[in-house]
Design a protein around this ligand. Structure first.
Ligand code: AOF
Ligand code: ZN
Length: 354
């Protein structure tokens, strides 16, 4: 299963909106077939592995990082392919949270007389697909907030200067997190202040992540760098369609989402992204949008790069949160990892929702 997880991870940048899945077929202690899902619309992991194993699959054990599917989607059901191959045992890491499958794959295998087990390396399998799992289980994507700051948590000087606080190594690491995401989310403040492109430049991709700009008053300049080379979505409270034309005429979609106090309803936005098959969202935004996402309970994870410098308390902070009266109200996280990246420090945390 550890090997199957390794194979699954090869699809990190390419399987979306599908999950990353790996499969290993073992007979008499030897691997006779391996495969992984490469791209949505193409063969599933099991199909590749079975093809490699050929007749050797007969009587073998298949290890799959996700319950084999039972539905006719873009490809025929893998559970049936496993039954046809003559495998005797199927071990999977986790059930498929897709309501089209949800246990029916395993059930079909059992009914065909195949011995099944589920739950081996389950945590690792869920973590590899936290976006897909989140979308299937709760209807909205996994949302990761990325930020880069000085050791004292400052992201820019008081005059707005922020390039560059962290090292090129940390910025390259950030590119990997963009590449694995279905969408990059930012706010109009960041677009106006930093003119970012928010594209992936150092990793080869099937397609760029969708860039989403929360712009309640539609202040985005139509020639903003973030809108260049397609795949951008502006989310606004302004219903004025003639203003939308400035963007739609260049192929940029404008999504009108009313909210309270003329602020985009972020929860509605995330539900809409879930409906569109977005698994992982990486937020690269300023203190306002970051803070609003955390306050609304929509943030799942934090990816934080800290540079070994101090910018002082007159510099800008990372999160605009409502003033707290007691420490018990503070949003809390668990730390999942702590690693040096070049001269900087990378912290990964997960928000505790209660
Ligand atoms: C598997 N093995 O390798 C993957 C599975 O549109 P389709 O036909 O590709 O089906 C996609 C769904 O199949 C996806 O939502 C998930 O439930 C399952 N993915 N299943 O047996 C695989 N990638
Ligand atoms: Zn399948």
């Amino acid at each position: 299963m550890a090997r199957a997880l390794e194979l699954a991870a090869r699809g990190l940048y390419t399987t979306m909106p599908n999950p990353r899945v790996g499969c290993v077929i073992v007979r008499e202690g030897k691997i006779v077939g391996e495969g992984w899902h490469e791209r949505a619309g193409e063969a599933h992991a099991e199909v590749h592995a079975l093809r490699q194993a050929g007749a050797l699959a007969n009587g073998a054990t298949a290890y799959v990082t996700l319950e084999p599917c039972s539905h006719f989607g873009r490809t025929p059901p893998c559970a049936q392919a496993l039954i046809n191959s003559g495998v005797r045992h199927v071990v999977c890491a986790m059930q498929d949270p897709n309501p089209l499958v949800a246990g029916r794959g395993l059930q079909g295998l059992r009914e065909a007389g195949i011995e099944t087990r589920c739950g081996l390396f389950e945590n690792q399998a869920r973590q590899l697909n936290e976006g897909f799992v989140a979308r299937m289980e709760r209807g909205r994507p996994w949302l990761r907030i990325k930020s880069a700051a000085s050791l004292d948590g400052r992201t820019a000087l008081a005059n707005g200067v922020s390039q560059w606080i962290t090292s090129p190594e940390a910025r390259l690491d950030g590119q990997h997190w963009r590449a694995r995401s279905c969408a990059i989310l930012t706010g109009i403040g960041t677009v106006l202040a930093d003119a970012p492109r928010l594209t992936v430049r150092d990793i080869e991709l099937v397609r760029q992540p969708l860039r989403i700009i929360v712009d309640s008053q539609l202040r985005c300049p139509p020639d903003a760098a973030v809108l260049a080379d397609g795949r951008a979505l502006i989310v606004t409270c302004r219903a004025d369609v003639t203003r939308h034309d400035d963007f739609t005429s260049q192929g940029v979609e404008v999504l009108h989402l009313p909210g309270t106090d003329n602020q985009v309803d972020l929860s509605a936005l995330l539900r809409e992204l879930g409906r569109r098959g977005i698994n992982e969202v990486l937020t690269e935004a300023g203190a306002q949008l970051n803070g609003a996402l955390i306050t609304a309970g929509l943030a799942d994870a934090l990816l934080l790069y800290l540079a070994p410098s101090l910018l002082g308390s007159s510099s800008r902070g990372m999160f605009d949160l409502p003033a707290l009266a007691t420490l018990t109200e503070a949003p809390r996280l668990t730390i999942n990892s702590l690693e040096p990246i070049g001269p900087d420090l990378r912290i990964q945390g997960q928000f505790k929702h209660n």
